[in-house]
Design a protein around this ligand. Sequence first.
Ligand code: NAG
Ligand code: NAG
Length: 230
Amino acid sequence: MAFRFHMAAVILTLVFAIVCASDPSPLQDFCVAVPDANATVFVNGKICKDPKLVKPKDFFFPGLNKPGSTANPLGSNVTQVNVNQIPGLNTLGVSLARLDFAPYGLNPPHIHPRATEILFVLEGTLLVGFVTSNPAMNMKNKLFTKVLNPGDVFVFPQGLIHFQFNQGKTDAVAFAGFGSQNPGVITIANAVFGSDPPISPDVLTKAFQVGNDVIKKLQTQFWCDNNYNP
Ligand SMILES: *[C@@H]1O[C@H](CO)[C@@H](O)[C@H](O)[C@H]1NC(C)=O
Ligand SMILES: *[C@@H]1O[C@H](CO)[C@@H](O)[C@H](O)[C@H]1NC(C)=O
């Protein structure tokens, strides 16, 4: 009996080990291997502090009660609270943001490559939505959209294009939680039209099926705006 139980435990342990055997998910865009250990910067996230030197302030961030300034072309501001602001979040898999919107302010279509987002509206009225990845042939990417009021919560699945727009006449405030210490942000327009160096207009005219003049205009626009990367 005891032997059988022991065997079962061994088999279960083996199965668990096999199921869990995989590389960890990356916590940054890339991590190029270097032969010199002295030249390393990231260890899939950040290097850990000696636990003896850890202080309460390593887990602390103040001031999220204060709105970010929305005096910019988009009329929105995202205050991020991730591992770059709270070093104690390293390897813990969560982070937070505060989103402020002027009337008709927009957090433009963007992606978080490493995290699902859960958004809570505290004040105002937000039109939000996300679009699915490419479906089967001859079908369209599906938009899931909703108008959110104070107290409402909405989820944006990991890696999908999404946006939040204040369609009310008053300021709006929301808070978002993320399933990553460093969710990352790819603002679609900035990445495609404002990259450095720019993507060849040959690529973009073909991709968007528009003339060179349209692409030049967008590239000029987003090149200048790229210092605003929400
Ligand atoms: C790394 O740094 C240590 C201390 O500065 C030094 O002694 C060692 O030679 C370095 N290693 C390499 C591969 O450069
Ligand atoms: C967001 O708000 C902060 C705090 O007011 C400000 O320093 C920052 O410049 C704002 N960002 C944008 C893009 O307006």
